[in-house]
Write a protein of this length. Structure first.
Length: 364
């Protein structure tokens, strides 16, 4: 079992940013009909979500969150020893988006910068990667940035995804500190399910696929460049593999539901969260929800939920169990004690990196 345990490292800050543009799910009634939209809202619990404008990217949201975090925590950017960006929404095919953030945040040349390509499990995997890097080096302060703009790759007439996904970005500050509570977790994956959530074209496997919309087996229209989600496969995976991983984590750590104040779960949809609550016998009040107004944001869902729920709560230490699961298939469980003083309320932004929009060789 890939179980990890980190000592003397703590989550010292969390910030999240969302676009100012709010999309109300009811705006899809003219396209899909009132019955379809109302059924979607009842099943998912989503009534609205945030959507970036055309020039705004995932890294723009991550940048605003990181800048806010460093300012609020009075951290000199030159002290950052590593920055890892985890997302399925990079700025470019190359270079790594972490390098763009490195420039924008004015980090030092001694700072490590690289990307990881993950979605719904991004936060859990990212924490593991950052802590591993810190534990095996002299890096004392590091940044994890998880951000996503899935709204850019959903087909507007796809009833299964058009109303589901929202955009957001989060930044997490990790610092070495003697005597900090342990961060523990486990990671799992199942590559046999790689087709369950997939955008078939646009990568190097199928670079020149047709851009024409086509009808898919689920009865929805989309192109090969859009996100396709097999809802049945994803649901079956979620209610079988995810509870098993959490139970395995309980057994490995000799803990149980009662040991944790809150369960911060990937904000897939309300129906899935209710099923997990029932299967694991977790009281619903222990599972904060923010998807009703932010939608399924994939990578930043866990830190966004923390900022939305605890951003205005002061002076409380919460014992959290966090679980991300989805595209890959990839999932993981993480436990950490977090002081709510380190959690910053969600900020809104329209900011974007104008310099990064390169339309001519003369701009290089």
């Amino acid at each position: 079992m890939p179980f990890f345990k980190f000592q003397n490292i703590r989550i010292a800050g969390i910030a999240s940013a969302v676009p100012t543009n709010t999309v109300n799910v009811d705006s899809f009634i003219p396209s899909f009909g009132e019955e379809v939209v109302n059924k979607f809202k009842t099943m998912t619990g989503i009534s609205e979500y945030r959507k970036t404008h055309d020039k705004q990217t995932a890294s723009d949201l991550g940048f605003v969150a990181a800048k806010k975090l460093l300012y609020e925590k009075n951290i000199d950017s030159k002290c950052i020893g590593a920055i890892i960006f985890v997302s399925h929404s990079p700025d470019y095919r190359r270079p790594a988006t972490a390098c763009v953030l490195h420039k924008r945040l004015e980090l030092s040349k001694e700072c490590v910068a690289f990307d990881m390509n993950l979605g719904c499990s991004a936060f859990v995997y990212g924490i593991q990667a950052v802590c591993s890097l810190m534990q095996s080096s002299d890096i004392n302060v590091a940044l994890l940035v998880v951000a996503e703009t899935i709204s850019k790759i959903v087909y507007p007439m796809d009833r299964s995804t058009a109303m589901l996904f929202g955009d957001a970005g989060s930044a997490i500050l990790l610092v070495k500190e003697e005597g900090s509570e342990e961060i523990q977790g486990l990671l799992r994956s199942d590559g046999s399910g790689y087709k369950a959530i997939i955008a078939p074209a646009g990568g190097f496997r199928n670079m020149y696929a047709s851009t024409e919309p086509m009808m898919w087996p689920d009865g929805n229209e989309r192109t090969l460049y859009n996100t396709n989600m097999n809802g049945t496969d994803v649901f079956n995976f979620t209610i079988s593999d995810v509870p098993k991983a959490i139970r395995d984590f309980f057994n490995h750590t000799n803990t149980c539901v009662e040991n944790y104040d809150y369960f911060i779960l990937h904000q897939a949809n309300k129906f899935i969260l209710k099923q997990l609550s029932k299967k694991l016998k977790i009281p619903e009040e222990k599972i904060p929800i923010c998807l009703d107004h932010y939608g399924n944001t994939s990578a930043p869902a866990i830190p966004l939920t923390l900022c939305d729920t605890f951003g205005h709560v002061q002076g409380t230490v919460i014992n959290t169990l966090m679980c991300g699961f989805g595209v890959g298939l990839s999932w993981g469980v993480l436990s950490a004690k977090i002081n709510t003083d380190s959690i910053i309320p969600v900020v809104e932004t329209d900011e974007y990196f104008a310099e990064g929009i390169i339309n001519s060789p003369n701009q290089l």
